[in-house]
Design a binder for this molecule. Structure first.
Ligand code: PLP
Length: 390
């Protein structure tokens, strides 16, 4: 069958591909430990589940606004004001089916064919594909392991030219867990202001930053960038609601309207039931999020300790999200492989431990381990790796 080139050239999301391979092995009866998937193992808050039942009972079953449900947009604007002191009204909020769909819609709305979009590498897998789908060109700005994989405004500036239109930043970052500090964020904001660039800031992991670091967001600097700033957030990680598909953006009202216009011809709107659940989830934030954060903090320590004890593996401390990104080059000879895809393959074949190779994120030499899985499984997975490498 002849497919359109834009899709034919796409790769299946490598993180989803790992999950599928792990599922296939499980179906064969093998007991796989899956460090590959980036999704919380916690339950969606009970209040959100109940609100969804109530929404169904109340027959919230018909088409609603393409922008998102009014109570959700109000709750989100309120949250931006309370958490970050940001200027935000419901007219600044756009809701879609997950952060991924928000980002896809943004690329379709802001990128013209031939435009350059700068992003830090290692990058989240969907950024470059979404840029390409919009006809843009992704420009990778390398970060350094010794610098905690931090995106640096000066490095971005060196790669700017006439075609540069947009910067994508992601903090806390997937796959590295890097957290952009306030001074660097200020430099990025200044760069975008001075060079008339739009800043898309993906903070889908905003709640998962480990003490003493703090999440810094340009949301509080909206007055400096005006309509050149878009913040992207999601209920997926914050409330363990990945499957519900609720994400959102804080943006200038004309952009919110443009996004809604596009959405009216694509998914129409995010599911009403899921949006009603998201309103309730936001109401639980004070209890549900700290409980998850404490758990992730414990798991992060366990994970770091376990990985650092593996011969041939080095691992920097990530400050946010729920991933560690160890350097595994020291394992190539020991495992008889040439790259980190080979290491990931050996781990899966020999001890049924699933990880995502750095190649998926433009960073060969590393593996991404998610620690959003139950502690017993994590311990067992680390133990299997110890035995394999001993
Ligand atoms: N942004 C980043 C950096 C992510 O890692 C993800 C999901 O893994 C998303 C956005 C999108 O998440 P969702 O579409 O579930 O909101």
């Amino acid at each position: 069958m002849k497919l359109a080139r834009r899709v034919d050239q796409l790769e299946m999301s490598p993180t989803i591909a790992v999950a599928q391979e792990a599922a296939r092995l499980r179906a064969e009866g093998r007991q796989v430990i899956d460090f590959g998937t980036g999704e919380p193992d916690f339950d969606t808050p009970l209040a959100a589940q109940e609100a969804a039942h109530q929404a169904i009972h109340d027959n919230l079953s018909h088409y609603t606004s393409a922008h998102g449900l009014a109570p959700l947009r109000e709750a989100l604007a309120d949250r931006y004001r309370r958490h970050y002191g940001a200027q935000a009204t419901p007219a600044d909020i756009f809701v879609s089916a997950g952060g991924k769909m928000v980002l896809y819609s943004l690329m379709q709305t802001l990128v013209e064919p031939g435009d350059k979009v700068l992003l830090a590498s290692p990058y989240w897998v969907s950024f470059p594909e979404q840029v390409r789908l919009a006809g843009g060109e992704a420009v990778y700005v390398p970060t350094r392991e010794e610098d905690d994989f931090l995106p640096r405004a000066a490095e971005f500036e060196r790669r700017l030219d006439q075609r540069a239109r947009l910067l994508i930043l992601n903090s806390p970052g997937n796959p590295t867990g890097s957290v952009i500090p306030r001074e660097e964020l200020e430099r990025f904001v200044e760069l975008c202001r001075a060079r008339d660039l739009t800043l898309v800031f993906d903070e889908c992991y905003e709640e998962f930053v480990y003490s003493p670091r703090r999440h810094e967001t340009p949301a509080r600097l909206r007055d400096r960038l005006g309509d050149r700033l878009v913040i992207v957030g999601s209920c997926s990680k914050t409330f363990a609601m990945t499957g519900w598909r609720v994400g959102y953006a804080l943006a200038a009202p004309p952009l919110v309207q443009a996004l809604s216009k596009l959405q009216s011809h694509t998914i129409t709107h995010a599911s009403n039931v899921a949006q009603a659940a998201a309103v309730a989830a936001l109401g639980t934030e004070e209890e549900s999020v700290p409980a998850m954060l404490r758990e992730y903090e414990k798991r992060r320590a366990l994970m770091l300790d376990g990985l650092r004890r593996l011969p041939g593996v080095t691992c920097r401390e990530p400050h946010g999200a729920f991933y560690v990104f160890p350097n595994v080059r020291g394992l190539y000879r020991r495992l008889g492989v040439e790259d980190s895809v080979g290491v990931a393959r050996r781990f899966l074949e020999r001890v049924q431990v699933a990880t995502v190779p750095g190649e998926a994120f433009g960073a060969p030499g590393y593996l991404r381990f998610s620690y959003a899985l139950a502690e017993e499984e994590m311990v067992q997975g680390l133990e299997r790796l110890h035995q394999l490498l001993a």
